[in-house]
Design a protein around this ligand. Structure first.
Ligand code: DHB
Ligand code: FE
Length: 289
């Protein structure tokens, strides 16, 4: 293993390095700026959460040894910067369910900890930024963005980010170009887009951090099925945050982040060009209320 930070390969990254970057990105995101909770609401949520924890202690007859193991583990989650990972894997799916229950158009799913705003913008058709020798099967990802009444959304924006063929994300694993496999694509006048990328590999939660420790200790697995993350937007329409999945992935049925939905499964075919794969997925955005 290399000890020079500047020459680490992507597989030599640590959970703490990825986790601390995710924590830093969350702090920079401005996502907490809009929180204005009343005392009543904070009291209701905090009281119920504390009661739920106490109920587990009493019902499961939790010992001091177990209590102290929990305390040590929670401290390590913070030290490893893994709160974004922990929350996005085990809690975000329920928040997303509440937030998007009203949608008539596309189903959404979790954003996860690895979104970075401001990726390089391209007019469709285009190729996502990748290394010259980027490994993996070429994937042509195409489709159309419409409103719920079927109106084509000219100039819709499709932001894409995904793991590479080893399951790592740029800006969170070392040794990858800054915007590798991240891009923003502007659809044509009919809302159509064509994006050339590579098929991502399944993603494994880092095994050497606090979350990995829990997964190991509980005898769970650490896998998310292969997925493409997206944010699709158009003026006058609600932003859609989603992920698309690949049929046949062994972890579609037991995603550790509980974020797979049948409506988000791609239909992947051999490419008409003769090299690699192609898939078509059409997005339906809800009109803004
Ligand atoms: C995590 C990583 C992902 O790529 C994702 O989509 C969701 C969660 C995580 O490590 O927490
Ligand atoms: Fe992901």
């Amino acid at each position: 293993m290399s000890t020079d930070k500047g020459t680490l390969t992507e597989a030599e990254g640590t959970a703490a390095a990825a986790g601390n970057k995710a924590t830093e990105r969350f702090r920079e995101s401005g996502k907490t700026a809009a929180v204005q909770s009343s005392k009543e609401r904070v009291n209701q949520l905090a009281s119920r959460l504390i009661k739920a924890v106490n109920d587990v202690v009493l019902e499961e007859r939790v010992s001091y040894e177990e209590y102290n193991a929990l305390k040590a583990w929670l401290i390590k989650v913070g030290e490893d910067g893994e709160w974004p990972l922990f929350l996005d894997v085990w809690v975000e799916h329920s928040v997303e369910e509440v937030a998007n229950a009203h949608r008539k158009g596309n189903k959404g799913t979790i954003e996860g900890p690895y979104y970075v705003p401001g990726s390089p913008e391209h007019q469709s058709p285009a190729t996502i930024d990748m290394r010259e020798d980027e490994p993996g099967a070429p994937l042509l990802f195409q489709g159309q963005v419409t409103g719920t009444e079927g109106k084509a959304l000219a100039g819709a924006k499709i932001e894409v980010w995904h793991a590479d063929d080893l399951g790592f994300y740029s800006q969170f694993a070392p040794g990858l170009p800054e915007w590798n496999l991240r891009g923003s694509f502007i659809a044509d006048a009919e809302g159509r887009f064509e994006i050339n990328t590579k098929r991502p590999a399944p993603y494994q939660i880092p095994t050497d951090g606090a979350c990995g420790q829990l997964i190991h200790a509980a005898g769970w697995h650490a896998w998310r099925p292969a997925h493409i993350h997206l944010k699709v937007s158009a003026p006058g329409h609600e932003l859609l945050t989603a992920q698309l999945y690949f049929p046949g992935d062994p972890h579609n049925a037991d995603d550790i982040a509980s974020a797979v939905k049948p409506e988000l499964m791609l239909d992947v075919q051999p490419a008409e060009s003769g090299t690699g794969l192609q898939t078509t997925y059409n997005f339906v955005l809800d009109e803004e209320a």
